[in-house]
Design a protein around this ligand. Sequence first.
Ligand SMILES: *Cc1c(COP(=O)(O)O)cnc(C)c1O
Length: 418
Amino acid sequence: MHDFKYKNSGLYAEDVPVKKIAGKVGTPLYIYSHKTFLRHFDAYRNAFDGQPHTICFALKANSNSAILRLLAKKGCGADVVSGGELYLALKAGIPARKIVYAGVGKTEEEIIQGLKARILMFNIESSDEMMAINRIAGSLKMKAPIALRVNPDIDPETHPYISTGLKESKFGIPIGEALENYKLARKLPNLEILGIHKHIGSQITTIRPFVDALQKVILLAETLKSHGIEIQHLNMGGGLGIPYNDEHPPHPEELSKAILPLLKDCSFNLILEPGRSIAGNAGIFVTRVLYLKKYPQKEFVIVDGGMNDLLRPSLYNAFHNVLPVRKNSRKKVLTDIVGPICESGDFFAKNREVNRLSQGDLVAVMSAGAYGFTMSSNYNSRPRVAEVLVKGSEFFVVREREKYKDLTKGTKIPEFLK
Ligand SMILES: *Cc1c(COP(=O)(O)O)cnc(C)c1O
């Protein structure tokens, strides 16, 4: 967040006025800070310095090619959940040996793609998937490197939509069934067991669930060892939260302090899969006020960005701080900041006390660097927005705004309608 701040009442991204970028590139748009990305990545790297580790950035948080390239150059790996993400990670120069592949529904083509690329490992989420990967690897005369994603049944105390490690969740194999599944994996000729994977949820703001889950997983690794199954990689997933509002999530340093002692007698390579904690506060979403509707009880501020551009408030009722790009000292009013989409769920902020906005004002929706652009869509046939990367006093368009002609890309009018 430190790299988006006010100087003389104007909001800056590093050393560039947000207003200047919006003026050049138009609105709505995403703006990322190069410096923040690096700082967040380095925080992980330094925190886990004492332990052999691989940091695999979760692409679903932000998969812009320029962002991936900047992380790749720092030695970052990738956590992918689709063939598309695998493609983007490789294309950005992330080496296959630093790519792990999770997801409950990998298709045959995606599995082939991962095998041929020689990724570090597949994180397998069911025994059906295990059989499929074994069969496909066999048909390619290859051995598939694998971990089983286990579900440790830990409550991460976060939003239910982003909790993934409870026993009623669709993710992973219940930890109680892990041993029999590992035994099955060992019998399959085309699998090579490399690790254990867990990921319990996202936007976790306390250390406790990480420690509890890791303890369960270390116990499992010991049990496996006593059955002759040796684990080399222990993947603790991602999920560390960020301050959106007044949360105080632990710093990666605190996480490592709590976790590394648990691993001191083990010789695992530790894999981490942070997404949000690297990208979230490295980006903002900037939108412009189109109209105001004033009612006695509150005001609606209608902006040019919508839920199709930034879905989190609509999807999770997520809180994002909303700041005027130019500070003003107008009266504070109770405000709903809403988009132009034909849905009542199309909002960025509800019942916020903000200094009265006026037409043409720019508004920054903060902490939008993760699960922002990647969740965007063309709903209401709106071209997807531009993305800009700021580095010091320079800025670079890292994704052009879509044009109307992009909306018909790939569509075809059948002969009989011509
Ligand atoms: C989404 C996801 C992550 C990243 O989670 P964050 O909360 O963004 O850190 C990591 N691993 C897996 C398997 C995921 O599905």
